[in-house]
Design a protein around this ligand. Structure first.
Ligand code: NAP
Length: 678
């Protein structure tokens, strides 16, 4: 068997463990299968390398280039993940657990790659929100912009997901343009090391973008400054200790903590036995206890069940748990593997005993269970342990002790308010779930529990076929929770990227804002191109390039023709008296859609050319009515450009319709796909 001497990756060099290295155990046998750490890395060198080589290297590219890099990394890892699977069994992970960790991590890279290109600009400044009108005349505007931090992201991860736990933090950091120093938990760092070696082999990342500390971090936290950030995942105890590092407090270093959480799940009052919701709740409770042997920060620890339903619920869940095959995670017939180590086993048994002081053990004797294909007394094996707490209001340990294993407690509740109050007793959690088909119940729980939980997962027969599961953090949605859960926030799409950037309020003239944001704003310089903009390729068009159309009269005949042609005979266009009685109109007015169509007729150049397709409108506002006899003109300005493929890119045009008095009657953004070239 291979002995894993897990190395650190420091300033481009692999460095082996020192003489005081810590052992790494097999979760299955308890045998020592590797070692890590034992010598403090040169953290000054690591930080310097990240700040002066990694960061600048990443930031030579823009968001879209870095998003392409993430996609390439994901594809590379996806093609080579078998090696990671093979290593991961010794952490106790079954095949199904590995899909959460390894495939889930790669999937997160893919989602960030896609979001980076869809939701972030093809540049290096992220615009946060719209331009703010700070002056009457429009010569002084405001815009919030985000630019990347210039330090390093220190990513301290928990043992339970050695791949996902790393990739879900790397993706937003890299997208922002911030290099990472990854510090995995020692217990499973051999899997993280292997994933990092693969990423380095791929030769996609610039030098210094990623470094690895296997083992202790030495004086790293004492060296961080205002441009660095710490993303910590682990126990509340460690989080509190690290967060209180004086140097971090002195420098205001960002500290994002994802820590333990007493997640709850509520079986709705409507979800009686025999309903699909009851069955879904039982299935979810079972999955949450047994997946990853309950070593999931989001796992359901407290099951809140209406008092009359406690009996049938615990019977149904216990039956499933009894049928769950525990054993060697390499076997296909095993559903639940061991905890990560003997130390973790001892910790879980100790915490289960504390819960047991307040609750009756319904199932799970750690001294009497079978581990298929393995020695149940070796490694980290424990059985699922289910408790019933008859006095949930008087209990304390049940609401405050996270046994990080297959341990959960059933809590009977009287009514929905009681259930909400019990759910909130966890003092802040990552995920609360609710099984109901009653919209009022869902609303009541969202309002009553919203302040205490990072995510509310609602499942019922309508959503079940596609629902993603109580315990699954999704890259699109935030992962984190208030209070005890750490008060941090990860994932949530672009939000996580922004945690690695500084938001700044920029105030100035339209030209200054346009130059900084790479996007034309009303009032900024307009230039005239050498030809009609529809005759110019994507590459040739300049931000601010503007076409003013000829005027066009709008007649009553036009309005009536449009009404007959489309069938839109709304009274404001057709009935002078009724329109005049409306507080918004002086009398009959042109249809807004007629004006849009006229606008296109005024600015379009008809012949085949670089413009390939009109893909949509944004922010359309009709600002002033147009009466028969008015004349409109159109201003078409190149607002922003986003390269989509080598063949074409998206042009965002700002379109303004003005009347004969120069007043704006409508404006909007128009998107077209334009062929590349000049
Ligand atoms: P832990 O003991 O708190 O360790 C977490 C990480 O902190 C490990 O990488 C650990 O490294 C490191 N660490 C410990 N002391 C340190 C120090 N003085 N300086 C720098 N780093 C230090 O937690 P764990 O046992 O790995 O994970 C289990 C806990 O994590 C559970 O409580 C669980 O709820 C929580 N968790 C939370 C989330 C979430 O997203 N909220 C996700 C997963 C797990 P070593 O291993 O080398 O000690």
């Amino acid at each position: 068997m291979t002995f894993h001497r897990v190395e650190s990756f420091v300033a481009g060099q692999w460095i082996g463990p020192g003489s005081a290295a810590r052992p790494i155990e097999s979760a299955i046998t308890g045998a020592v299968i590797g070692e890590a750490g034992g010598a403090a890395p040169d953290t000054g060198l690591m930080l310097d390398y990240a700040r002066t080589v990694g960061g600048p290297g990443l930031r030579t590219a823009g968001f879209h280039d870095r998003a392409r890099m993430l996609k390439a990394l994901a594809q590379y890892l996806d093609a080579r993940k078998d090696g990671l699977y093979a290593l991961s069994f010794d952490t106790g992970a079954t095949r199904a657990d590995q899909r959460i960790d390894i495939d889930g991590g790669i999937g997160t890279l893919f989602v960030y790659a896609a979001k980076g290109r869809r939701e972030m600009p093809d540049g290096d400044v992220y615009l946060d929100g719209p331009v703010e009108q700070l002056s009457r005349g429009g010569s002084f505007l405001g815009q919030h912009v985000c630019t990347p931090l210039t330090g390093a992201a220190i990513q301290i991860n928990a043992f339970n997901f050695p791949v996902w736990g790393m990739l879900e933090k790397l993706a937003p950091a890299f997208l922002a343009g911030v290099p990472a120093i990854v510090k995995p938990a020692t217990a499973t760092c051999q899997v993280t090391e292997a994933a990092i070696r693969l990423m380095l082999d791929a030769d996609i990342l610039p030098d210094g973008a990623i470094q690895l500390i296997a083992g202790g971090t030495g004086d790293l936290l004492d060296r961080l400054g205002a441009q660095d950030l710490v993303s910590f995942t682990g126990s509340a105890e460690t989080a509190i200790r690290l967060r209180a590092t004086p140097n971090l407090l002195e420098n205001g270093t960002r500290f994002i903590a994802e820590q333990d959480s007493l997640n709850a799940s509520i079986l709705g009052p409507d979800a009686a036995p025999g309903t699909p919701e009851f069955d879904l709740f039982v299935a979810e409770a079972h999955r949450e206890m047994t997946a990853k042997a309950g070593q999931k920060c989001t796992a359901i620890r407290r099951m809140l069940v209406p008092e009359p339903v406690v009996e049938p619920f615990q019977a149904a869940l216990a039956a499933r748990l009894r049928d769950t095959v525990i054993g060697d995670p390499r076997r296909d017939d095993v559903a639940m593997g061991p905890l990560v180590s003997r130390a973790q086993r001892a910790d879980v048994l100790d915490k289960a005993a504390r819960i047991g002081a307040e609750a009756t053990r319904l199932l799970g004797d750690p001294d009497a269970f079978v581990a298929r294909g393995a020695d149940a007394a070796a490694g980290g094996f424990v059985p699922p342990m289910l408790f019933l707490c008859a006095d949930p209001d008087g209990a304390a340990a049940v609401h405050g002790t996270e046994a990080f294993g297959p341990v959960a407690t059933v809590l009977p509740y009287r009514d929905l308010d009681h259930a909400i109050a019990l759910g909130n007793r966890g003092q802040g959690s990552l995920a609360l779930s609710l099984f109901t088909r009653d919209p009022d119940t869902a609303r009541q729980v969202a309002l009553g529990a919203g302040a205490w939980h990072g995510r509310l997962y609602i499942n019922n027969r309508d959503a079940a076929a596609e629902a993603t599961g109580h315990g699954a953090p999704l890259p699109h949605m935030i992962h984190g929770g208030p209070g005890r859960a750490g008060g941090g926030e990860e994932l949530g799409g672009v939000r996580a990227v922004l945690h690695h950037m500084q938001r700044m309020a920029v105030q100035g003239s339209p030209d200054m804002l346009a130059a900084i944001g790479g996007r034309w704003v009303p009032g900024a310089a307009e230039t005239e191109g050498p030809a009609h903009p529809f005759r110019r390729g994507f590459g040739a068009l300049q931000i601010g390039e503007t076409l003013w159309s000829e005027p066009r009269d709008v007649t009553l005949a036009d309005i009536e023709h449009f009404a007959e042609f489309t069938g839109d005979r709304f009274y404001a266009h057709m009935d002078e008296d009724a329109a005049a009685a409306n507080p918004f109109f002086p009398g009959r007015v042109a249809h807004g859609y007629l004006l849009l169509a006229f606008a296109a007729g005024l600015f379009v150049d008809p012949d085949p050319g670089p413009v390939l397709a009109n893909t949509g409108l944004d922010n359309l506002r009709f600002q002033k009515p147009v009466r028969p006899g008015d004349a409109i003109r159109v201003r078409l300005t190149v607002k922003a450009k986003t390269r989509r493929t080598d063949a074409y890119g998206e042009v965002r045009w700002h379109v303004t319709l003005v009347n004969q008095a120069g007043e704006t009657v409508a404006d909007y953004d128009l998107m077209t796909m334009n062929a590349n070239g000049h």
